[in-house]
Design a protein around this ligand. Structure first.
Ligand SMILES: Cc1cc2nc3c(=O)[nH]c(=O)nc-3n(C[C@H](O)[C@H](O)[C@H](O)COP(=O)(O)O)c2cc1C
Length: 423
């Protein structure tokens, strides 16, 4: 498959608008703005089968279509560049190396939903990416691709980069909206959904960086073209997989959606470091349930991973070798969720802290009989009982580790110490 998102990024400095336009950049935005109706654009994106790359896999064209057509007044597009899920670093690759592709996708999406002012919400730690984006936006404005009367039309689209302060919860779309409004990033009750009541009370579409960056290629080549890549009809297009952990070649790989996890680890990422054995793989960011070595034949797409009892999530593949202690690993992740919980919902605020306390005592040799069952009960009581899925993410992670590595947890309790780590 020819690369779509990372094409030309190595060797060509695509963050410079001269280089980006030299390889056909902004032609798709021009085509959309000057020769296509809003309905045609949305139809093309629907035909492409493009599903959101932020985690939930919601069809992008359908989301755009939800924005009320008869609403009088401003609407907004928010690009979610928070990228806070542990293990996830695919969007940063695009933000730093191909910012104009994202801007071009945002121009098209803004036009399609009737937004004249759009936002990129970027996590505070991404200083280089935010500076790169701001420079790219300034270049695009200078060229007449952003601002008033763009591409010689009477249409207006502008983009503001909004830097967050580095809170995982601000990647959740309603918390992100609160944060843009200057409030503390607490998720909102839904309904109303952002497509109806979003930023500053106006209809808003929130899309991930990778989702929006796929749009120019769809407008250029057609939805049908995009839909033929990957696993049609429901898992189409190319996908950025971020591979980290105990592999020889960690990195971001753009491959057809549905590449097997085994191929990704052993072929693209060069196999397990130091010829160690594989112990487990988290396939889609820290919240997605862990898979065992015998399960890595799975196709890395939304529906296949769901069928395998996990999730594609943000497609952040975390590879763990034989020396990893799964109690220590889940403790580390649990600490993260407890720290990042916004605290609004009791099951998440209290549950993640209890989960951490129990894991901590198991890992440090003070686990008691019944702790595994207690962890299961605490997780089950978080699941589905919170305003946003942060609590579910913590519970899914925990239940995944308990399902696949229960014996290791029991062994810690029985032995009164960690059997894996040579401490
Ligand atoms: C706690 C939490 C953190 C999230 N972080 C991100 C994020 O960093 N980036 C992102 O695109 N989506 C994130 N999401 C998902 C967003 O809420 C939303 O579904 C997504 O931005 C929609 O874009 P998409 O349809 O293009 O996938 C997060 C969700 C939760 C619950």
């Amino acid at each position: 498959m020819e690369q779509i998102l990372l094409k030309n990024v190595e060797g060509t400095k695509l963050a410079d608008i001269k280089n980006y336009t030299a390889v056909g950049g902004y032609e798709s935005a021009k085509k959309a703005m000057t020769s296509m109706t809003i309905a045609q654009i949305i139809d093309e994106v629907k035909k492409s089968g493009l599903r959101g790359r932020g985690g939930a896999g919601f069809p992008a064209g359908m989301k755009w279509d939800f924005v009320p057509k008869d609403f009088k007044g401003p609407r907004h597009l928010c690009c979610n560049a928070d990228e806070g899920e542990p293990g996830t670093f695919k969007d940063r690759e695009l933000l730093e190396k191909n910012p104009h592709l994202l801007i071009e996708g945002m121009i098209i999406a803004s036009y399609a939903i009737g937004a004249e002012l759009s936002f990129i919400y970027i996590r505070g730690e991404f200083v280089k990416a935010a500076n790169t984006l701001e420079a790219a936006i300034a270049q695009a404005r200078k060229q007449g691709f952003l601002g008033e009367k763009i591409f010689g039309t009477d249409k207006k689209v502008d983009i503001i980069v909004h830097r967050g302060a580095g809170a995982y919860i601000c990647g959740e779309e309603t918390a992100l909206i609160e944060s843009i409004e200057g409030e503390r990033g607490n998720p909102r009750v839904r309904p109303p959904f952002p497509a109806v009541v979003g930023v500053f009370g106006k209809p808003t579409v929130v899309n991930n960086v990778e989702t929006l960056a796929a749009v120019p290629s769809i407008i250029k080549n057609s939805g049908q073209w995009y839909a033929a890549i990957g696993v049609p009809p429901k898992n189409t297009g190319s996908k950025l997989y971020a591979v980290s952990g105990h592999v020889n070649k960690p990195g971001v790989y753009e491959l057809p959606m549905g590449t097997s996890l085994k191929d990704l680890i052993y072929n693209y990422a060069g196999g397990i470091k130091n010829n160690k054995q594989l112990k487990g793989v988290i396939p889609g960011g820290s919240s997605t349930p862990v898979l065992l070595p015998e399960e890595i034949g799975v196709s890395m797409d939304f529906d296949s991973l769901a069928k395998a009892g996990s999730m594609l999530g943000s497609a952040a593949v975390i590879v763990m070798d034989e020396d990893v202690c799964t109690v220590e690993e889940s403790l580390r992740l649990s600490e993260f969720y407890a720290h990042e919980s916004c605290g609004q919902c009791t099951p998440c605020r209290e549950g993640t802290v209890w989960m951490t306390k129990i894991l901590d005592r198991i890992e440090h040799g003070q686990g008691v009989q019944g702790d595994v069952e207690l962890l299961e009960r605490v997780s089950a009581n978080i699941m589905g009982n919170t305003l946003c899925p942060l609590g579910d993410a913590a519970a899914m992670m925990m239940l995944g580790f308990l399902k696949k590595f229960k014996a290791e947890f029991a062994q810690h309790i029985q032995m009164g110490k960690c059997p894996v780590n040579k401490k």
